[in-house]
Design a protein around this ligand. Structure first.
Ligand code: MN
Length: 319
């Protein structure tokens, strides 16, 4: 079955330093191995895809990417350069790769324009955003222009985790909890709720948000979000769709990246519908073959398996 992965990372020598603060998420030898794989675009990666039965990788710059750059003008230049490199790589292997742009969100207008250039001139399929940008989240009024362009271009923004601005008190003295095992998921789910309650999806009703890691826990809590929101008289917030869960059903798409486990997949299908779930591996941080084997064996209908493997991606990303 044709299989398309949506959370497939790479990095360049020039940009690898932005990820230094993330190296603590893995044992040193594991990080070194992942770093080596991130730098390879068309060698070992293609062989691993062939071995795993992964037909297409939608490539994205590894977290935190350009967003860790403090100088906005450097971010603008480097985002354009890495998007050009990505487009050139895809042009060499158009049947094996597609891509999500990196955006210099430090400069919102430039980020919107770079998204437009990436989609209309480079053929990229949207953008991947790594959490906050120098403390600014995607519901910030200054970043509405990025949503305006994404909506107008009809491309998704993929919200991927990164280290938070600070360490929440509850995680203090437990570094094991900071990173992809726990804090990144909480942080990304909270960021998503900021978008809902911050009115982004009321201003851009058909904006498309992608989340990895089986929706960062959100498919599990739809009913409780609605129930406890009502319990507090909606906190004085008016939501055009009526309930927070409606946004998660309408604006949200999720990928299976980094979660090779049937119970959360079945929950997500029941909560959001199979049309909202797309395949991803989180390469090189998860094993590609483990992910494709999980999808092949998951206890779901063949129709749903085809949607998740490729049908939904072909429709959402116009592949
Ligand atoms: Mn990832």
């Amino acid at each position: 079955m044709r299989t398309i992965g949506l959370e497939e990372h790479f990095v360049t020598e020039e940009l690898a330093g932005y990820g230094a603060g993330t190296s603590t998420i893995a044992a040193p030898a594991v990080w070194a191995e992942a770093s080596r794989k991130l730098l390879d675009l068309t060698g070992e990666r293609l062989a691993a895809m062939d071995a795993a039965g992964l037909d297409v990788q939608v490539l994205s710059l590894n977290s935190p990417g350009i967003q860790a750059e403090r100088d906005p003008s450097v971010a603008v230049t480097r985002a354009a350069a890495v998007n050009d490199l990505l487009a050139a790589t895809i042009a060499q292997h158009p049947t094996r790769f597609a891509g999500f742009a990196a955006l210099p969100l430090q400069d919102p207008q430039a980020a919107a324009k770079e998204l437009e250039r990436a989609v209309t001139q480079l053929g990229l399929r949207g953008a991947l955003v790594n959490a906050h940008t120098q403390g600014r989240y995607l519901d910030d009024p200054a970043l509405r222009v990025v949503w305006e362009y994404a909506s107008g271009l009809d491309v998704p923004l993929y919200l991927h985790p990164a280290n938070g601005v600070d360490t929440p008190h509850v995680l203090a003295d437990h570094p094991v909890l900071t990173g992809p095992m726990w804090s990144w998921g909480c942080d990304t789910a909270a960021h998503t709720l900021r978008l809902i309650f911050g009115g982004v999806f009321d201003e851009f009703p058909d904006a498309k948000l992608l989340l990895g890691h089986m929706g960062e826990g959100l498919p599990f809590v739809l009913w409780r979000l609605d129930s406890r929101w009502a319990f507090h008289d909606h906190h004085g917030i008016d939501l055009a769709r009526g309930n927070p869960s409606e946004y998660l059903r309408h604006n949200l798409y999720i990928t299976t990246s980094g979660v090779c486990d049937a119970p959360p997949l079945l929950c997500s299908i029941l909560a959001l519908g199979a049309d909202r779930i797309l395949f991803g591996t989180d390469y090189p941080f998860e094993d590609m073959a483990t992910a494709t084997a999980f999808l092949a064996a998951a206890p779901i209908s063949e129709a749903d398996r085809a949607k998740i493997a490729h049908g939904n991606a072909e429709r959402l990303l116009k592949l």
